[in-house]
Design a protein around this ligand. Structure first.
Ligand SMILES: [Zn+2]
Ligand SMILES: [Zn+2]
Length: 244
C-alpha cells in the first residue's frame, strides 16, 4: 500500500472566517511545502473555490478533493467530500436551495471567489456562515446519494459539533467517520465517547490560515488517491487503513 498524507478539512478565502491569504493557489502551494498528498477544500456551505484549487493541485502534484462543510439545521458541521466537481456542485445546489440570508462582510468577513492565478473573481453574497434548513439525516443521505463521504467535523469541540449539539448519532444517520481537532482528546477524555459512537476517527487541520495547513494530518494507506479508496481505508477493508 502507498502512504498518503492527508488533510481533509481546509477553508479558503471563500469562507467568511477564512483568511484572505487563503487563495486556492496559496493553499495548494502551502500543502506542497508541508508534504501533503491529498487535501479536501471544505468551505462553509459552498464549493465555489474548488475548481481553481484542483487545477493548481494538478500542476503541483497534489490531489485536491472538492468538498464543503455543511452547517445543518441542528447546527452540526459536517464535511461533504467528493471525487468529482459535478458531485460537489450538485450538493452545493441542494445547500443553496436551503440557505437563506445575505452576508454582512463588515460583520462576518468577505467571501472571495478567486481563480488559480490569485486574482479575485468576485464575492459570494449568501450567508455562508448560516445554517441550512436541512436536518443532518437528510444532508448525509444526499451526500451519499451523490457518491461522497460524510465526516462529522471537530466532534471534540464545544460548539457546532455532533457531540455538542446532539450528543449522539441519531438513528438513520450513517456517517463515514468523525473528525477530532485534537488527537490527544481521542486517547483521553474522548475515548469513551468515540467508543460509543463506534465510527472511524480522523483528524485534520480545519485551517483558516495558511500557517495552520497540515498542522493535523491523517495518514491513509491505500492504492490510489480516490474517494473510493478513502472509503475502504476508513472501513479498514481490502488491506487499506488510516491512522492519525
Ligand atoms: Zn466547523
Ligand atoms: Zn471548518
Amino acid at each position: 500500500m502507498k502512504k498518503f498524507k492527508t488533510d481533509l478539512h481546509i477553508h479558503s478565502c471563500l469562507s467568511p472566517c477564512g483568511d484572505l491569504d487563503m487563495s486556492p493557489r496559496r493553499i495548494v502551494e502551502k500543502c506542497r511545502e508541508r508534504g501533503l498528498d491529498i487535501i479536501a477544500l471544505c468551505d462553509h456551505n459552498s464549493a465555489e473555490n474548488v475548481e481553481p484549487a484542483i487545477r493548481v493541485g494538478e500542476a503541483l502534484g497534489i490531489r485536491v478533493l472538492p468538498g464543503m462543510e455543511i452547517n445543518s439545521k441542528e447546527e452540526v458541521h459536517t464535511l461533504a467530500i467528493f471525487g468529482q466537481t459535478n458531485q460537489a456542485f450538485a450538493m452545493q445546489d441542494i445547500v443553496y436551495g436551503s440557505l437563506t440570508g445575505v452576508n454582512r462582510p463588515e460583520f462576518f468577513g468577505e467571501q472571495v471567489r478567486a481563480n488559480e492565478f490569485d486574482e479575485v473573481e468576485g464575492f459570494n453574497d449568501r450567508l455562508l456562515i448560516g445554517a441550512v434548513d436541512l436536518g443532518l439525516e437528510e444532508i448525509v443521505r444526499e451526500i451519499h446519494r451523490l457518491g461522497g463521504l460524510c465526516i462529522a467535523s471537530h466532534v471534540d469541540r464545544p460548539s457546532y459539533s455532533l457531540i455538542s449539539q446532539l450528543g449522539f448519532v441519531p438513528p438513520g444517520v450513517y456517517l463515514d467517520a468523525v473528525e477530532v481537532s485534537d488527537p490527544r482528546w481521542a486517547g483521553s477524555e474522548g475515548r469513551g465517547i468515540l467508543e460509543t459512537l463506534g465510527l472511524p476517527v480522523v483528524t485534520s487541520s480545519d485551517a483558516h490560515f495558511l500557517k495552520d495547513i497540515g498542522r493535523r494530518v491523517s495518514v491513509f494507506f491505500m492504492e490510489t488517491a480516490t474517494v473510493e479508496e478513502l472509503r475502504l481505508a476508513l472501513l479498514g477493508k481490502s488491506g487499506r487503513s488510516v491512522e492519525m
